[in-house]
Design a protein around this ligand. Structure first.
Ligand SMILES: C[S@@+](CC[C@H](N)C(=O)[O-])C[C@H]1O[C@@H](n2cnc3c(N)ncnc32)[C@H](O)[C@@H]1O
Length: 194
């Protein structure tokens, strides 16, 4: 499998920062090799490609109806450029009603996604993520730091503020761990059981 440095050359220099934050999260999770994971909110596919490069079996998707500038991007170009297209399956879905069985995935990731979900849907999205992850598995949210948001806002002044997933957890326990990555704050929630 291609290393991150080579992948960043083929994708974009930012991919190295994305991968650094992804590796920080994976260190905490210690997932079994080749596990099936869910990447919510495909976008340009950075995180799906990162997970595939680490050897996971990745399912990714976003709502078919999303017409924002962040959806319906050519994520396959990135996956093909680094040779991981066969490890990623795309299926459109809305995370507020996920078409997946309870306990299917070893982990569920939201990389730069929760703040793009409509405010009124965020609680349902959170509980759906806890439903589809295996008992004792983790749901992980990556949300931009204030510094990264300033940079994003230079390109996209209407970009929404970062979300704090704790505001949407309902009765679920508070984040088990919070980490500050290079560009993202990372929040880990553990599903009951396991
Ligand atoms: C900035 S992009 C995410 C970047 C992407 N994860 C990456 O690594 O390149 C935001 C994504 O959130 C998705 N999204 C917004 N609301 C959603 C929802 N209710 N369910 C699933 N995805 C959603 C958008 O369609 C878009 O794909």
């Amino acid at each position: 499998m291609m290393d991150i440095e080579e992948a960043a050359k083929r994708i974009s220099p930012q991919f190295e920062h994305i991968a650094a934050d992804g590796l920080l999260a994976l260190e905490q999770l210690q997932l079994p090799a080749g596990a099936e994971v869910l990447d919510v909110g495909t976008g340009v596919g950075n995180f799906a490609v990162f997970l595939a490069l680490r050897g996971f079996d990745v399912l990714t998707g976003e709502p078919e109806t999303d017409t924002s500038r962040y959806a319906r991007q050519n994520w396959t170009a990135r996956a093909e450029a680094v040779g991981v297209a066969e490890r990623i399956r795309f299926q459109p879905f809305n995370a507020s009603a996920m078409p997946f069985a309870d306990g299917r995935f070893a982990a569920v990731f939201f990389f730069g996604v929760l703040h793009h979900v409509e405010e009124g849907e965020r609680r349902r999205v959170f509980s759906e993520a806890l439903r589809v992850v295996k008992p004792g598995g983790y749901v992980v949210f990556f949300e931009p730091t204030a510094e990264l948001l300033d940079q994003i806002k230079d390109r996209d002044p209407g970009h929404p503020p970062a979300a704090n997933p704790d505001d949407y957890r309902g009765d679920a326990p508070a984040a088990a761990t919070k980490l500050r990555g290079r560009r993202m704050n990372i929040y880990f929630y553990r599903a009951a059981g396991g």
